[in-house]
Ligand binder design. Structure first.
Ligand SMILES: [Zn+2]
Length: 393
């Protein structure tokens, strides 16, 4: 009967070994081998070679063909010390892989030499519990949850639409929420703006929203912009880098500023609007679908714009439309499902019915078209008397 030492020595005699010193020269190069880590998940989580793949030794034979279908692809296997990887290399050679080697000394030697390694971000036990219902969905899972935690979403407006959208995005664990709103909480807001409360009357909406959101989920950082979006500040605010913008503005000047900035910064905008019992939502994804100006190249005459008057709205309607916007934002971050890009979703609360209209990109659009005529921000200030008004519905 052979001892462990003997079968290890025998395995090593049958395979090729490489050194950490040889391999560190090749990390990141275009002809770098595929580095395959065969250690256990907890070892992998404490650090691994940059760009390495991970299949625990016990799953190697069943999963390698899916990862590396080409049996001539160069593979360098490593473990902690070079023993498990020697057996793994032997097994892959027997499966017909022709260019497999084991890294002698393994990850311990790599670390001892002071070579660079990556530490994967993992969810804390508290996060595993908080996002347990996300982790059960394949479209989200641990990877998707990490994406959400790393995502930055800018909400324009902390009003009727921004309230449900920000609450659901925060609950979902979107790590950074920017909120732009220059208004303070007024008692006429509370019929629908559920992120605020009676005790916050008179408080800036961005600070009220920040308090509610951070109390809901400590994983979320709120960047508060207590100002109304204008041509003077739009570049500074949008330029801070966002993955998605959720537009909950109730007025045309802000919508055009958000649109033009989003096209120039290449950021998808989840648009929402509400009036009485009717809501609309769509996604303006620059260069993928139409932008707002493809539909409405310039604002309508001020006297025809419904947003210039204080419009009535059923309190629950922004709850529904804002939630639809949060859904689109989450899908854009996760890369899951079909977004509303190129589709305008119409909701009628009285009939409780949804309708959908296809919206197309306009090649002659003044902003995203082939020959743009608008190349700088336009303030449609004369458009409505916005003095003393906030931006959110
Ligand atoms: Zn356009």
């Amino acid at each position: 009967m052979a001892s462990y030492r003997e079968i290890l020595a025998q395995a090593k005699a049958e395979i090729d070994e490489v050194t950490t010193l040889e391999m560190v020269e090749r990390v990141g190069l275009s002809d770098a081998p595929l580095f395959l880590d065969v250690r256990e998940p907890d070892e992998w989580q404490e650090g691994h070679l940059p760009g390495a793949y991970h299949i625990p030794r016990g799953n190697l034979e069943s999963r390698i063909e899916a990862l590396v279908p080409d049996r001539e692809h160069e593979i360098v296997i490593y473990c902690a010390s070079g023993a498990r990887s020697a057996f793994a290399a032997k097994s892959l050679t027997e499966m017909g892989y022709t260019s497999v080697s084991s890294m002698a000394g393994g990850f311990s030697d790599w670390k001892r030499n002071g070579f660079e390694f990556e530490t994967p971000k993992v969810l804390t036990p508290e996060q595993r519990s908080r996002y347990a219902r996300h982790l059960l969905i394949p479209e989200v899972g641990e990877k998707g949850q990490q994406k959400l935690l790393e995502a930055r979403v800018l909400l324009v407006g902390a009003g009727g639409l921004g309230s449900p959208a920000s609450l659901y995005l925060a609950a979902a664990g979107v790590g950074t929420l920017g909120i732009v709103d220059g208004d303070v909480v007024d008692d006429s807001n509370l019929q629908r703006q559920i992120v605020h409360s009676t005790e916050r009357l008179g408080e800036p909406k961005v600070l009220s929203a920040k308090r509610t959101i951070e109390a809901l989920n400590p994983d979320v950082q709120v960047e508060a912009y207590q100002e109304r979006l204008t041509s003077d500040n739009v570049e500074r605010i949008i330029g801070e880098g966002w993955d998605v913008i959720v537009d909950g503005a109730d007025n045309f000047p802000t919508r055009y500023l958000v649109n033009d900035a989003s096209v120039w910064h290449d950021i998808p905008v989840v648009h929402g609007s509400i009036y009485r019992f009717e809501g609309q939502t769509t996604v303006f994804h620059p260069r993928v679908g139409p932008c707002y100006r493809c539909l409405f190249p310039t604002p309508p005459p001020p006297e025809l714009a419904p947003s210039c008057a204080e419009g009535g709205v059923l309190g629950v309607l922004p709850g529904i439309v804002g939630s639809l916007q949060a859904n689109e934002a989450l899908k854009l971050i996760l890369g899951a499902g079909d977004t509303l890009t190129g589709r305008l979703l119409l909701f009628d609360a009285l009939a409780n019915s949804f309708d959908e209209v296809t919206v197309k990109r306009d090649p002659s659009c003044p902003v995203c078209g082939e020959h743009p005529t608008i190349t700088d921000y336009v303030d449609y200030v004369e458009f409505c008397n916005l003095a003393g008004r906030g931006v959110a519905q």
